[in-house]
Ligand binder design. Structure first.
Ligand SMILES: [Zn+2]
Ligand SMILES: [Zn+2]
Length: 272
């Protein structure tokens, strides 16, 4: 779907600041929220332990276990990398500040939370996107400072190869579920790939950086926008950095990564 350029030309402020998910009318978004709140009360089995849960979310014990990694450990205030010392940026961010401003992650990529992501992607358990989005929404709502009210959420677009392989884009599924929980607009059309690109999971760390250079573009100006880029896993941060460069070239004031899981430092065979 093309970005509604004519509408933006006539009313740029309203277009960029609307807190309406999916760009629909406020009443439609409220209806969607009410429906989602209702679904969250429907009993189900916990996707991790099989115990009693509701609305495709984790039971309380599993939610606490998955989220514990973020509460207990120190993390880089920029890229959310797990660290030993609090309050300091990681060596990568200290040496060369990335184009994105910060990252909010639901949990560290480790057992048992990583199972949900692997099963969503490899076993096509789409319902897990809702579970993961619930965890990420909790992390976003607890983040300090909070995201600006006029923030626009944009999922990382998948390559055609990945779409053919999986049949869906995990980041888009998480973003769609996230938009039902958070009062931010979802505008996937604001980010495009410029080419197919190489498969990131097969590249070592240093090649990932060069492979995503100029891989993304924002097709319209977004002056002063607060952009939140949604993805399932953040590994080296090279994809988010490339996307942030594209948005800042289009005039965005800030770019935040909203990721379900943050991997520990790795210099080879990243998981994403
Ligand atoms: Zn459970
Ligand atoms: Zn960092």
């Amino acid at each position: 779907m093309a970005y509604p350029f004519a509408a933006r030309e006539s009313a740029p402020a309203a277009s960029l600041r609307s807190p309406v998910g999916h760009g629909c009318a406020p009443w439609a978004w409220r209806l969607r929220r009410a429906w989602d709140d209702l679904l969250r009360r429907v009993p189900c089995d916990c996707p991790l332990c099989g115990g009693a849960a509701a609305g495709h979310l984790l039971c309380g014990a599993c939610r606490d276990e998955v989220s514990a990694s973020r509460a207990a450990a120190a993390h880089c205030p920029v890229c959310a990398l797990p660290l030993r010392l609090r309050g300091q940026p990681c060596p990568d961010c200290a040496l060369l500040r990335p184009a994105f401003d910060r990252v909010i992650a639901a949990f560290d990529y480790a057992t048992p939370g990583d199972q949900l992501i692997r099963h969503m992607k490899s076993r096509r358990r789409h319902a897990h996107a809702r579970t993961l989005a619930g965890l990420l929404a909790d992390a976003v709502l607890a983040a300090e400072p909070p995201l600006p009210r006029h923030t626009i959420m944009v999922p990382v677009p998948a390559s055609l190869g990945a779409l053919k392989r999986r049949g869906f884009n995990p980041a888009a599924e998480v973003a769609r579920a996230l938009a039902r929980r958070l009062p931010y607009a979802l505008r996937p059309e604001l980010l495009r790939r410029t080419r197919e690109g190489r498969r990131q999971a097969r590249l070592p760390r240093e090649q990932r950086l060069s492979s995503v250079e100029h891989l993304y573009t924002c097709p319209v100006p977004v002056p002063g926008a607060s952009i939140a880029v949604v993805d399932d896993v953040l590994t080296t941060g090279s994809t988010l950095d490339s996307i942030a460069r594209a948005f800042k070239a289009a005039g965005a004031a800030s770019v935040t990564g909203l990721v379900v899981a943050r991997t520990p430092y790795t210099d080879s065979r990243p998981k994403r």
